[in-house]
Ligand binder design. Structure first.
Ligand SMILES: Cc1cc2nc3c(=O)[nH]c(=O)nc-3n(C[C@H](O)[C@H](O)[C@H](O)COP(=O)(O)O)c2cc1C
Length: 192
């Protein structure tokens, strides 16, 4: 395949579109769009989110030691983009976007009710990366859309309908269709 070199930049995809929900020591809630978020350890279950140090979200997490990562469904692309364009210092973003903030079970930060997956995290560490802080949160609880489960407890990805972000191109896409089973279909290439 012929390639074009892009140099050191942040073009990489796919990335998730998430809303990080937080509470400050003043009790105010905030939500912020983050695509630099993902699972970084299974044992213990840990979520990493990279935040510019000037985000209100980062200040909140430092103050209260908790945050939630909420998966954005494709139907909420405009609302999620709005939450990435404005700071909670200037807007009550949940109110303007028409998103509902509900109670979490383990942390003081709220959950975005319209998100199909909510991950409750307790801040355990952070790594300084220039202007960014990679915050690491122990996963305390995950809430998954009940309607995604069939009778045997298997989850249907179509219900989660995750909004995919293409970093560098700055586009949102939906998931498309399933192409293979993970941890399984690669086995077809195992040597006999
Ligand atoms: C698609 C998208 C993804 C983003 N991802 C991140 C991210 O991972 N980390 C970050 O610090 N800012 C990210 N931003 C920018 C913040 O969401 C934005 O600066 C926001 O206004 C911060 O809100 P706050 O001050 O209320 O925390 C992203 C914005 C968009 C539109």
């Amino acid at each position: 395949m012929k390639k074009r070199q892009l140099g050191p930049c942040v073009t990489f995809f796919p990335q998730p579109t998430t809303l990080v929900s937080t509470v400050g020591k003043d009790g105010n809630f905030d939500i912020m769009t983050a695509s630099w978020a993902g699972i970084v350890s299974k044992t213990p279950p840990t979520m990493g989110v990279s935040l510019h140090h000037d985000r209100l979200t980062y200040a909140h997490i430092k103050e209260t030691g908790c945050f939630a990562v909420n998966l954005v469904p494709a139907s909420l692309a405009v609302e999620a983009d709005f939450c990435g364009l404005k700071s909670g210092r200037d807007e009550n973003k949940a109110q303007v976007a028409g998103l509902t903030l509900g109670k979490a079970s383990m942390i003081d930060a709220p959950l975005v009710e319209e998100a199909t997956l909510n991950v409750e995290c307790r801040l355990v560490d952070e790594v300084e990366l220039g202007h960014y802080r990679l915050v690491l949160g122990e996963i305390l609880e995950i809430h998954a859309a009940d309607e995604a489960f069939d009778g045997k407890g298997k989850m249907d990805a179509r219900v989660f309908d995750p909004l995919v972000y293409l970093g560098g191109i700055r586009e949102y896409w939906n998931l498309g269709s399933k192409v293979a089973d993970a941890y399984k279909d690669g086995g077809r290439l195992f040597r006999k």
